[in-house]
Design a protein around this ligand. Structure first.
Ligand code: FAD
Length: 462
């Protein structure tokens, strides 16, 4: 998926069909600053591009202008004594984690897109990873940032600031999706590389049982690294697809209808009524501590009528620095077009919102919910639907999905702006928020980007 073809459901500003007039690829920070000054002077829209894996349309060229390819700014400097790493914004996730592993370190940040997304993109979208229950999201990992803005020059926060003290600004820049300036340096905290990683699969008779266990495990004082629950449709897909021999998967690419025509839609509907749910739970730690943690997980699972199905993943982080549960939707990338959006939901609303989503989702549409990034207050609900990339009615199905999603997510205890970013929807969401923050954001935008050249259509209005 490239920066020009991200899925986006809503157009609030500009023309989603536009392309960049040109691409610029600064070789160093001096060239970046020259480019920023020129765009500021000539009022040229500028959209920073990371790995292009964002799914909410945040890097779409709504007003044309220049695409800013940050790929050449990919350095990495480790400060082992201070316990952080300084990265260039274009550094991709995988090389970053591999290099840290050779030094016995990790970030503990493993987003599903780790092979393509960049450190700058992570901070700009407020990314979370599969082990965020333990290590926190990128927001919690930031030690310092350097923002290059067209209107106010360079701003340094946290450990990069000339007089480090309490860091109030990093959280403002994190999640700003290129609308305030270019994140040109990112410092992230590191952790010692754990010895082993083990994840087991656990099955439960109902979604309520699975959610009960997820909630209890998420409240552990020392959080587990991996916790992910699939709803009945997700579980059905996982089980159906993981038992298929590779040959069938190959064949299904040639004759996609074999797998993805209506029968699966029917199955999806039926499985909602009867199927079990699958929880992936595990940790990365020393071997002795892992055995103890697994016993603790089994104890909780059994209390919620669940059963241990055994290990689904075992590895040594020194050899495999990243662990992302292999989700069936993602395995069919290319054949399937996946649209999904996440939201942060408090525990008291999770079951109700899932039921509303299922009720609103059109019959036969392959909609699944994944419950991830669980913490004491709630979890992230990643609702998605997949369909063949080219089928009649694809557009209508997409509209129906987004309608079902937005109608399910009403009421208190829900935040739509979560780890996948808010992208093209951000401005409208911000304007609907009547919490007094808008004038502050508008003032910040006017100070940092007075001509409104940075990623127009996102963040506060200039
Ligand atoms: C298969 C798949 C799995 C995914 N799994 C996850 C997941 O587990 N967790 C998760 O959080 N996300 C996930 N995502 C979404 C996406 O990978 C993240 O949002 C990621 O952080 C985007 O990084 P990127 O480098 O690709 O940024 P891009 O998509 O290129 O850009 C995203 C936004 O950030 C801005 N931006 C990028 N770099 C900079 C910079 N240096 N300065 C200022 N603005 C900048 C862009 O202008 C744009 O607004 C997934 C996506 C895919 C396709």
């Amino acid at each position: 998926m490239g920066p020009h073809d991200q899925n986006s459901n809503v157009d609030f500003s500009g023309d989603p069909g536009r392309t960049f007039e040109d691409l610029a690829r600064p070789a160093n920070l001096e060239e970046l600053d020259e480019l920023l000054a020129r765009c500021h002077r000539d009022h040229i829209p500028l959209v920073p591009l990371g790995g292009g894996s964002g799914r909410m349309g945040a890097a779409m060229p709504l007003r044309g202008g220049l695409g800013l390819d940050l790929g050449a700014l990919d350095w990495l400097v480790v400060d082992e004594e201070a316990g952080f790493v300084e990265c260039g914004p274009g550094l991709k996730g995988l090389p970053c984690l591999k290099e840290l592993a050779t030094r016995g370190l990790t970030l503990g940040h493993y987003p599903g897109s780790v092979g393509v997304s960049t450190v700058g993109g992570w901070v700009s979208t407020g990314s979370m990873g599969s082990a965020s229950s333990r290590y926190g999201g990128i927001r919690q990992m930031i030690r310092g940032l350097e923002l290059h803005s067209p209107g106010a020059g360079i701003i340094r926060t946290g450990c990069l600031s000339p007089r480090p003290g309490p860091d109030h600004l990093s959280p403002v820049f994190c999640g700003s999706e290129g609308s305030l300036g270019v994140l040109a340096r990112v410092c992230l905290g590191t952790h010692p590389l754990p010895e082993r990683r083990v994840v087991h699969g656990f099955v439960f008779p109902t979604l309520a049982d699975g959610l009960g266990a997820l909630q209890e495990l998420a409240r552990w004082k020392e959080p587990l690294a991996f916790l992910q629950l699939l709803d009945p449709v997700g579980t059905m897909l996982e089980e159906a697809l993981s038992s298929l021999p590779r040959r069938v998967l190959g064949l299904s690419r040639l004759v996609p209808d074999l797998l993805w025509a209506l029968p699966l839609g029917g199955l999806a509907r039926g499985s909602h009524l009867r199927s079990s749910v699958l929880l992936l739970a595990g940790d990365e730690s020393s071997k002795a501590s892992l055995d103890e943690r697994l016993d603790g997980i089994r104890f909780v699972v059994e209390r919620h009528r669940g059963k241990d199905r055994g290990p689904v993943h075992e590895s040594s982080p020194a050899r495999e620095p990243v662990f992302v549960p292999d989700e069936p939707f993602h395995r069919f990338h290319g054949l399937l077009s996946l649209e999904e959006a996440d939201s942060s939901v408090s525990w008291d609303r999770v079951l109700d919102i899932h039921a509303r989503f299922r009720k609103a989702a059109p019959a036969g549409l392959l909609c699944r919910t994944m419950f991830t990034h669980a913490g004491p207050g709630g979890c992230s609900m990643v609702m998605g639907f997949a369909s063949l990339t080219q089928v009649p009615g694809r557009e209508r199905a997409s509209r129906d999905f987004w309608k079902a999603w937005s109608s399910a997510l009403r009421g208190p205890g829900v935040a739509v702006n979560h780890f996948l970013g808010a992208g093209i929807m951000k401005r409208q969401a911000l304007e609907r928020l009547d919490n007094g923050a808008m004038p502050v954001l508008v003032a910040l935008k006017a100070h940092l980007d007075p001509h409104g050249i940075m990623n127009p259509g996102r963040g506060a209005r200039s």
